[in-house]
Design a protein around this ligand. Structure first.
Ligand code: NAD
Length: 721
């Protein structure tokens, strides 16, 4: 009895296989589905009453890929490359059996088809795809460190040519229905409700049930192999491009290219074996585990509000108050209006508030230019943003967020004024980037309802929101803040209060490390390039310029003032002070570590060499990369030790989505665990001796190393690390 596929045969002998994985809103490939599909394929092949088959889905969409919750455990269970290749080989055998069953098989794709779902459709002889706005097809496995291991790397290039197929797989791009049709990934488009009927019509036309690559004399469209100049060029450029983009930190894009390069020159079944071999290598390695765990499993949990306190009724923000219409307030207003909320945008002058609204207008105009937004949609969104200087307009707001200047007294002032008109149960949130929430909550009459909701810039692009709990913040306030983040479709992490919370604190360490290196005489270009080679989007000097050195300096002085005798000057202090004295305040102010000429690309400020002469002997690039990866990872471990972070997933997600820690690591804590906690501790000790006590391993790390503990528990059947 099949639990995941309904198998109906009509009077014409056409079998309809309706995929319906129980308990899931989206069909995914589970071990049970695979077993059911094997039985169904055997029946199609062996039952003489079955003349043809149509695969479709009972859900809104056709099918996504493999259930990553199963695959993510492979590395920790110590699955070898050969065993992992076996997973792919097994499914390849099954799909191949479907393809060569001798009867016409059509995929009636009633909604999106991604990864293994698209690969299943590619193993059918005919594909009809629903033509509807949210439908996409693609092979996005690369985004979690894998390759399409169910025939995708072999069927797609044979269908649409190597030059078309490679970017789709190596970058994991999605195709809309019209693009999929144009490229030849599918044969036909139809309204979702008509896909089965069209598949039936194709069967009625009496097609020959043979895949193109099983026909005599088949050639890969556009050619294959080194002898073909176009193909050789594609691989040459592709490999160079992959190296440029990934710095070889991500094995998947190159594995995809190898699988396609080798496989496309082989008979089909041997080609599938090549794919399985590369899939096995990736699945048994740490990068795929790290990317799947953080970017899929834990991101999914965070998005579904796993940290939301129980027992608090779900809430929805209909009307939002935003105090301060500067860079952040304007961005918060835009994304909130986009999510359907009415936004009261308050500033000290109407001109400033209107300017904040103007930010949305600018973004929308760009959207209209690119054909992504209609004029009506833009007008409707703008009509939701109400600029004002009147606190009385905040009455009726379900949530108020302040994004005024980073100054305690100003924040205290707006808190009091807003609370005077807000409903007595309304949550007040601060978007401060560094000031401890507990301290700011002192200005509130109801600290239970005071919380940190920290956005990242630019708000419309950055997917993370860091929620910060003050000492008195209540579970209700947390639940409501999380509900609001879910309305925005952003990913929340929840952290406890501390100066700089989690993200600002950690990004501060890499900025400081870059400054320390300048003072040591490390060449500025080496500093910046090493960070990018490690996988950071930009170097620490560029980050400082973006954040602005002025702001960093203000934060430093504020911290100095707040901590008094307890303040310890970070190693980069003197460099930062000098830059401020020199008037090099950051990008917005015209220049910092970089110059930003109006008529050319930004480049490192030549004056750096004058003030911090480059030493004759330069460190190895690997050592520089390590310092960056380590200093942020170590600060993350410190945040865990201090209870600022209570779950490693928050640090991993926060570091990747908020501050650009390289995704191949799975995040700052996964980096430590993958490096090996004892090895990490030993390396920290070496770095501390050489560069200073900021690299000293924490007490907890040392204990974990001694006792063989881990941050993430092993899967139930896993062997000890
Ligand atoms: P900004 O200087 O661009 O904007 C601040 C706005 O607040 C200005 O429009 C100002 O007129 C307004 N304002 C000042 N006093 C006010 C008052 N009493 N009442 C009403 N409005 C007032 O600053 P920003 O970069 O948008 O930062 C705002 C807050 O967000 C700060 O707390 C900052 O630390 C935090 N933050 C900034 C970033 C970032 O990347 N810039 C990221 C996360 C959080």
């Amino acid at each position: 009895m099949s639990n995941t596929i309904r198998f109906d045969v009509d009077g014409d002998g056409i079998a309809t296989l309706t995929i319906d994985i129980p308990g899931k809103s989206m069909n995914v490939i589970t071990p049970e589905f695979q077993a059911d599909l094997a039985a169904a394929v055997a029946r199609i092949a062996d039952d003489s009453g079955v003349k043809a088959a149509i695969l479709t889905s009972a859900k809104r969409d056709f099918m996504a890929g493999a259930d990553l919750k199963d695959l993510v455990t492979a590395y920790d269970r110590g699955v070898s490359a050969a065993e992992a290749a076996g997973f792919s080989a097994e499914i390849n055998k099954l799909y191949r059996k479907l393809e060569t069953c001798g009867k016409p098989v059509a995929a009636a794709m009633n909604g999106l088809a991604l990864g293994g779902g698209l690969e299943l459709a590619l193993a059918c002889h005919y594909r009809v795809l629903a033509d509807a706005p949210k439908v996409v097809v693609g092979l996005p496995e690369v985004k979690v460190g894998l390759l399409p291991g169910a025939g995708g790397t072999q069927r797609l290039p044979r269908l649409i040519g190597i030059a078309n197929a490679l970017p789709l797989m190596a970058e994991g791009k999605h195709l809309k229905p019209a693009e999929a049709l144009k490229l030849g990934v599918v044969h036909e488009l139809a309204p979702p409700e008509a896909v089965v009927q069209r598949a039936r019509a194709w069967i009625g036309s009496g097609p020959e049930p043979v895949a193109p690559w099983d026909r005599k004399g088949f050639k890969v469209p556009g050619g294959a192999g080194q002898q073909n100049p176009g193909v050789a060029q594609t691989f040459m450029v592709g490999t160079a491009l992959a190296a440029k983009v990934t710095w070889r930190n991500y094995p998947a894009p190159l594995a995809i290219m190898s699988a396609v390069y080798e496989g496309s020159q082989l008979p089909f079944d041997r080609a599938l074996a090549v794919e399985s071999k590369y899939f096995g290598k990736l699945l048994s390695g740490p990068v795929a585990r790290n990317m799947m765990r953080t970017l899929f499993v834990n991101k999914g949990l965070a998005d579904s509000l796993a940290r939301r306190p129980e027992g608090v009724p779900r809430s929805k923000v209909g009307r939002l108050g935003v105090l301060g219409a500067g860079m952040m307030g304007a961005g918060i207003a835009y994304v909130s209006a986009q999510a359907g909320m009415d936004v009261v945008l308050l500033d000290t002058s109407l001109e400033a508030a209107e300017k904040g609204k103007g930010y949305s207008r600018k973004l929308l105009d760009k959207g209209i230019e690119r054909g992504k937004v209609s004029r009506e949609q833009a007008d409707a969104l703008l009509a939701k943003i109400h600029p004002t200087t009147e606190y009385a307009d905040l009455a009726g707001c379900d949530l108020v967020i302040e994004a005024v200047f980073e100054q305690r007294d100003i924040k205290a002032d707006v808190t009091g004024k807003a609370e005077a008109v807000m409903g007595k149960d309304t949550v007040f949130a601060s978007n401060t980037s560094t000031l401890p929430i507990t301290g700011l909550a002192q200005a509130s009459k109801r600290p239970r309802l005071f919380i940190g909701v920290h956005f990242f810039s630019p708000v419309d692009k950055m997917p993370l929101v860091e929620i910060i709990l003050g000492k008195k913040t209540s579970p209700e306030a947390l639940a409501r803040a999380l509900d609001y983040v879910a309305q925005l479709k952003k990913t929340p992490i929840v952290v406890n209060d501390s100066r700089g919370f989690y993200t600002s604190r950690v990004i501060g360490t890499i900025a400081n490390e870059g400054q320390a290196m300048l003072a040591e005489g490390v060449a500025p270009a080496l500093i910046e390039n090493a960070a990018r080679m490690a996988g950071f989007p930009v170097g620490p000097l560029a980050v400082s310029d973006e954040v602005t050195l002025e702001l960093q300096w203000k934060i430093m002085r504020q911290t100095e003032q707040d901590l008094g005798a307890r303040f310890v000057r970070p190693v980069g202090y003197d460099v930062l002070r000098k830059m401020i004295d020199l008037g090099r305040l950051g990008r917005r102010q015209g220049g910092g570590y970089y110059d930003y000429p109006s008529d050319g690309a930004k480049h490192l400020w030549p004056g750096l060499r004058e003030h911090w002469p480059v030493a004759a002997e330069q460190p190895d690039v690997q050592e520089v990369m390590k310092r960056f990866l380590f200093i942020e990872a170590l600060e993350s471990a410190r945040c865990m030790e201090e209870g600022v972070i209570t779950h490693p997933a928050d640090a991993d997600l926060g570091s990747i989505l908020g501050i650009g820690y390289p995704a191949w690591t799975g995040g700052a804590i996964s980096y430590i665990e993958t490096f090996g906690i004892p090895e990490f501790v030993a390396e920290c000790q070496r770095l501390a001796k050489r560069y200073g006590p900021r690299f000293k391993p924490t007490r907890t790390l040392r204990r974990m190393a001694r006792e063989g503990q881990r941050f993430y528990p092993l899967p139930a059947s896993g062997k000890a690390a």
